[in-house]
Design a protein around this ligand. Structure first.
Ligand SMILES: [Zn+2]
Length: 325
């Protein structure tokens, strides 16, 4: 089966499952939390504890939550909760917002996707011009050039599927962060995806990750526990759809890149928190990791990553189409 078709099929297994018939979440003992046993009942899942993981499973989906941790997995793809899973009496609880604005939208996308077909995708190649972004430690390749090439590849792949695409930059220029999201607003974008490659102080850091806007009042994954602005942002209107889009992107990015899954994360990066539509920021590997730097230098890896991003966006489109039927 063609890879795009196969991956979309995999995601649709998620789409049609967990039909609990109600979105109401009331059975909770600690205010603002929901228990894992309640979630298990809602989705008719069996629940069991294996070491540090609570595993909820039915014949369609598997939800794993690490205890005393913010890490969870849906069908093997990691997502970071805003707050750790905690013990409460004989049960385990997570924040209600992590369920209602993360897990439930991913498992029951049809209940949350917009009621009209998305048409226009705005791609945002990160950095540019005087802002090179991260640099390779061996070859000195620059993030701004790598992500521009990946973005052009995504544009071509999406256009081949009949999707309208605009880019915030098509050459080595630096549009301000505000002008990138303003362009999406002016064009009436339905999806905004910012494309980056990572850099870290440690050369051992590696893998791919996807960021979506943090829910109002909660920390960013990368500044967890630190003081910072937690106000609601324009993009918080799309919290549930961000989770659906971000999870589709991360699933497909991991699948096509074959790199380690660093998870679907939360942050208040300017280009996603101000985006006027469902949005995500993808990190396609670490330029500061020698193995991933050499991969990011090859056309074949860039093409694989571009296919992952494309499949992620098309997966989101397909979920909307199915929900409209
Ligand atoms: Zn970047």
């Amino acid at each position: 089966m063609h890879s795009i078709t196969r991956k979309l099929f995999v995601y649709h297994a998620v789409l049609f499952t967990g039909c609990a018939g109600t979105t109401s979440v009331q059975a909770k003992s600690v205010p603002g939390t929901v228990s894992l046993s309640y979630i298990a009942r809602l989705y008719s899942m069996k629940m069991a504890v294996f070491g540090k993981k609570v595993v909820l499973e039915n014949k369609y989906n598997k939800l794993e939550v690490e205890t005393n941790s913010r890490r969870a997995w849906i069908n093997g793809i990691m997502l970071w909760l805003h707050e750790p899973c905690r013990k409460s009496g004989s049960d385990w609880v997570i924040r209600e917002i992590d369920f209602k604005k993360g897990i439930d939208p991913i498992l029951r996308a049809y209940a949350y996707v917009p009621k009209r077909m998305p048409r226009l995708v705005v791609l945002d190649p990160g950095h540019g011009g005087n802002d090179p972004g991260a640099s390779g430690s061996v070859t000195k390749i620059r993030e701004k050039n790598v992500v521009l090439d990946i973005s052009h590849r995504v544009r071509k792949l999406l256009e081949a599927k009949g999707v309208q695409v605009r880019m915030t930059r098509t050459g080595d220029t630096y549009p301000s962060l505000d002008s990138r999201t303003n362009l999406a607003y002016k064009l009436g974008a339905d999806v905004f995806v910012s494309i980056h490659a990572d850099g870290a102080a440690s050369s051992s850091a590696h893998g791919v990750e996807t960021f979506i806007t943090s829910v109002a009042g909660y920390d960013s994954s990368n500044f967890y526990g630190q003081a910072g602005d937690k106000d609601a942002q324009r993009n918080n209107t799309y919290d549930a759809m961000n989770a659906i889009l971000g999870f589709s992107l991360q699933s497909n990015l991991v699948n096509m890149s074959k790199r380690e899954d660093r998870g679907l994360r939360r942050a208040r990066f300017s280009v996603i928190k101000k985006a006027p539509c469902p949005s995500a920021l993808v990190e396609c590997g670490f330029l500061t990791n020698p193995d991933e730097e050499s991969l990011l230098n090859t056309a074949s890896y860039r093409e694989s990553v571009a296919r992952g991003i494309t499949n992620g966006i098309l997966g989101y489109f397909t979920m909307v189409k199915r929900a409209l039927r």
